[in-house]
Design a binder for this molecule. Structure first.
Ligand code: AMP
Ligand code: ZN
Length: 481
């Protein structure tokens, strides 16, 4: 299996660290609803998981929930997004976190993503954060300012390795940029907060005691601590043993997280464990709308609920996402979603028909498509290509369906769906009301009597009632529009 590694900037052969593949994905900041762009990144993680499972690997997946510490500016300034939302919505920060986290999990379920083995809230891991910051302090990587404990990036030689720039290049390139004005006391532009003190004049809803003073964790520390605890196995009985940390196979997230968040995650771990933190970094490109990106902070984007309210089944959105490779930007539009709807409907009906067909097998083989499919998904998750192979196989089958075993064809498509995740096996056509069935029967009778005009009127009546008639050779299928 080949996968593009942001660390080496090239496709690499995947070689697991040990028997169980460890995968971490950065979870959402739960101060508002996830938009469909965020969800693209979670579906990417799901596809990576499915391809690994398809290849026979055991998997352990952990994901965090950022419910504290993500400030409105990624450069350690501004308000905490959670506390800000709490004020705006007249709720506690805990209520806000709980509500948006639940909606997020429900979205993931609707998109048929495989659940993570471990879900870790930032607020449940404050002690692990403190243990990690303690160790960084002990080994001389931190300093104190009036508003918190900071990581001194100049002390970590490989700082910025993900960006492809050296520490000097990064700092020079950021001079004059947004990060410089932010904290006068920061020694270097790339330095970042590990622990922030609660403001003296304000009681925060979420704050904890620490060796440095009452406050809350910086945004990046939770991901390092959660990785170290659950995947790198560096905690035993709540005590942190940096030297015991194992390298983790995968870390996923959107491309925007690479230059700061993921760069800082590495910095918080590698100088004290002295080994690679993550073997393969996988970043998904953005979903965009009309050329712009859809940050939640920029007025909220489209959500899965918006699509559902407009009548789209969430799996149509999942199908839509199959059309672009994860490392290319993808533009969202409703035409594309409608096209995905049509294709998914055909696929579902085909599976349904194959299940209900009597087999007249001559056992012609479609297995070469299975080989091509596997090759495509193993080539850096080339799902658009894999999908086109699915349709080529179906076209081949449809040319002479009597030549192929419907059972084998069904098994093949359901095997493809282990990766695609469209839940094809569980789909059933909507129940057709008796009234519609009677009208269709009446129309059929009229046609037999060659009363075409009257038959046509009934067809129009059926359509007005929300059903269509599809000529399917010798039979007429009724479908919900
Ligand atoms: P957040 O909740 O803002 O921390 O983001 C959750 C995930 O969504 C992160 O992995 C981001 O990188 C990712 N993300 C944010 N915006 C987009 C977008 N427009 N398209 C794809 N992924 C995104
Ligand atoms: Zn993270």
């Amino acid at each position: 299996m080949l996968i593009y590694n942001s660390l080496s900037h090239k496709k690499e052969e995947f070689i697991p660290v040990d028997n169980t593949v460890k995968l971490y994905s950065c979870g959402p900041t739960v101060y508002s609803y996830a938009h469909i762009g965020n969800l693209r990144t979670y579906v990417l993680t799901d596809w990576l998981k499915r391809v690994l499972i398809y290849n026979g690997y055991n998997l352990k997946h952990a994901m965090n929930i950022t419910d504290v510490g993500h400030l409105t500016s990624d450069a350690d300034s501004g308000e905490d997004k959670m506390e800000k939302a709490a004020k705006e919505q007249g709720k506690t920060a805990w209520e806000i976190a709980e509500h948006y986290a639940q909606v997020f999990f429900s979205d993931l379920k609707k998109l048929n993503t495989l659940p993570a083995d471990i879900i870790a809230k930032a607020t449940d891991h404050i002690q692990e954060d403190i243990a990690l910051i303690n160790e960084l302090e002990k080994q001389g990587f931190t300093y104190r300012t009036s508003d918190g404990i900071y990581f001194d990036t100049s002390k970590f030689k490989e700082y910025g390795v993900l960006t492809g720039l050296s520490w000097e290049q990064l700092n020079n390139s950021l001079k004059g940029g947004a990060r410089i004005e932010l904290s006068e006391e920061k020694k270097n532009i790339t330095d970042f907060s590990l622990w922030k003190f609660s403001p003296a004049n304000e009681k925060r809803q979420m704050e904890w005691p620490s060796p440095w003073g009452v406050g809350f964790p910086g945004w990046h520390i939770e991901c390092s601590a959660i990785n170290l605890k659950y995947l790198a196995d560096a905690f035993e009985n709540d005590i942190f043993y940096p030297e015991k940390a194992k390298t983790i196979d995968f870390h996923t997230g959107g491309i925007d997280l690479l230059p700061i968040h993921h760069t800082n995650e590495i910095a918080q771990v590698e100088p004290i464990t002295h080994k690679p933190f993550i073997k393969y970094w996988v970043h998904g490109e953005f979903l965009i709308i009309k050329g712009g990106r859809m940050a939640k902070s920029e007025g909220g984007g489209l959500t899965l609920s918006t699509l559902i309210e407009k009548g789209y089944d969430p799996l149509i959105y999942r199908y839509f996402l199959l059309n672009a490779h994860y490392r290319t930007k993808m533009e969202f539009d409703y035409e594309g979603l409608d096209a995905a709807n049509n294709s998914l409907s055909s696929l579902r009906e085909l599976v349904w028909n194959l299940k209900n067909k009597n087999d007249v097998s001559t056992d012609l083989d479609l297995s070469n498509y299975q080989k091509d499919f596997k090759e495509a998904v193993n080539d850096d998750l080339n799902l658009p290509k894999a999908l086109s192979i699915v349709w080529t196989a179906i076209k081949e089958y449809k040319k002479q369906p009597e030549q192929y075993s419907s059972k084998k064809t069904l098994t093949m498509i359901l095997d493809f769906d282990k990766v695609l995740g469209l839940d094809l096996d569980n789909w059933q056509p909507a129940e057709i009301p008796e009234e519609i069935k009677d009208l269709a029967e009446k129309r059929n009778q009229l046609r037999l009597e060659k009363k075409y005009a009257e038959a046509d009127e009934i067809r129009i009546q059926i359509e007005k009632m929300g059903y269509s008639l599809k000529d399917n050779g010798s039979t007429i299928d009724i479908q919900k529009i």
